[in-house]
Every structure is written in C-alpha cells, then in structure tokens.
Design a protein around this ligand. Structure first.
Ligand code: ZN
Length: 241
C-alpha cells in the first residue's frame, strides 16, 4: 500500500532497499543506484536532523506534541497489538521507490506476521525541499513534519484495519484497499487536522481530503472510486505495496 504524495511524478529506476527500522539506518545495505541524487551520508544526516526525534522520541513512544496525531497513533497502535500480537516494525527506505520519487511510505505484513511500516527517506527529502521552497524554512518544516506523520498514520490505517493487499496483488485489490484506508485517514486524521484554526495540511493531504468531502464521505461513492483509481493508476501491475 503505497502512500502517494501527490506532486510531480518523476520516474526513477532505483530499486527499493529496505533497512531496519527505528534502529539507525544501516548504510551498508544500500544497493548501488544509477540515479541516486542524494548521497548515503546526506540521507542519514537528513533522518538525524529532520525525522529521527519526531518518530523515535515522540510519535512511537506516545509523546507526539501534536495531540490529534498522538491520540490517533495510540489508538492505531492498540489496534495493531490486538490484530497482530507483534510489535510494529518501522523501516527506513534509503532509495527512491522505482514508481515515483513522491512515494513517501508503505506497509506490509511480513512472513512472520509482523506489521511493517516503511518510510522513504529520499522521498521525504524531496518533499522537504519542496515545502521549504514554497513555504519558507519555519512553516515548511512544520508542514513537512505533519506530512510525514499523516503519511505514516495512513500506513497504520492499512495495517490496523487489515486493508493490506497480498504480494502480487491486482490493481483492483490495490484500489479496494486504498479506498478503505484513505477513508479512515481522511475521516479520522485529516478532518480533525483541517478543522484547526491554523491548518498545516499540505497540497497532497488536502487533495485527498477534498476528494473525500466531495464524495460525501462515502467510501463506496463513485467519485471516491474515481479519485483513488486515478491517484493509484501508475502503481498498476507492479506488485507495489
Ligand atoms: Zn495507502
């Protein structure tokens, strides 16, 4: 289940490399890539400077300073425990997703039944770059944090409700699971965030939420089907998550 950040889509033929989780990024497992635009050092540095504290010291230990995100994450973590009886693993991905530079996160359940959420660091760097350019260093940073957190919560929605397609799934299955998972994310995470006086929702989150509202907040509506289908069109036939 890819969490697609809606932005420019530049294809990259980079293979996906996964490194283990809330532990430090293991750069030794990086594969050589043709179009790598960030060095390994820059990727590790970015994680350390812009993301590590947010995940390791805040969100994953129930201390996210944003109460809406913190509470939602706690609810989802509780659901994960009940469903899988295994602790969530968080993986850093150090290379762009081959489908798009804008794929920020993903999730799956591994062969041991462990729920796994992926965070793509190069995509995060692109998104960060973009937000700093358009919104300035201070607001851009805040919007970036909210974007990665909501992207992460979307993956937890997939896992917690069991909207997870099997490997080698069809496009229809992908659309089905994304419709369900984004309905939860829009209703239970993005709606309360957007209702704030000062909303930090970025264009991508806003696009999902607008479509959800226009669909009458109905996951079975034709409009919602059309929106999700078009958004995930390019993931067709790739067996992506
Ligand atoms: Zn998804």
């Amino acid at each position: 289940m890819v969490g697609i950040y809606i932005g420019r889509n530049n294809k990259s033929d980079t293979p996906v490399t996964q490194t283990k989780a809330v532990a430090p990024i293991q750069t030794s497992s990086l594969q050589s890539v043709e179009k790598q635009q960030f060095t390994k050092e820059a990727i590790v540095q970015f994680w350390t400077d812009h993301m590590e504290r947010t995940f390791r010291e805040e969100l994953l230990v129930g201390k996210c300073p944003d109460p809406i995100i913190n509470e939602r994450c706690q609810v989802l973590m509780g659901m994960l425990n009940e469903r899988y009886h295994k602790q969530l693993a968080v993986q850093m991905i150090n290379t762009f997703n081959p489908l798009s530079e804008w794929i920020l996160a993903g999730c799956f359940v591994n062969d041991e039944g462990v729920p796994v959420a992926d965070l793509n660091i190069p995509a995060s760097m692109r998104i960060h770059e973009n937000l700093i350019l358009t919104d300035g260093p201070e607001l851009g940073e805040k919007m970036f944090i909210q974007t990665v957190l909501t992207g992460f919560l979307h993956e937890l929605d997939h896992l917690a409700y069991g909207f997870v397609a099997k490997k080698g799934h069809s496009q229809e299955e992908l659309v089905y699971h994304e419709k369900k998972a984004w309905a939860k994310t829009c209703e239970l995470t993005l709606t309360p965030l957007a209702a704030r006086k000062v909303s930090l929702l970025g264009n991508s989150e806003r696009a999902y939420l607008d479509a959800w509202v226009k669909s009458g907040r109905d996951e079975n509506s034709l409009l919602w089907d059309k929106f999700i289908r078009e958004t995930y069109e390019e993931a067709r036939g790739t067996g992506s998550r």
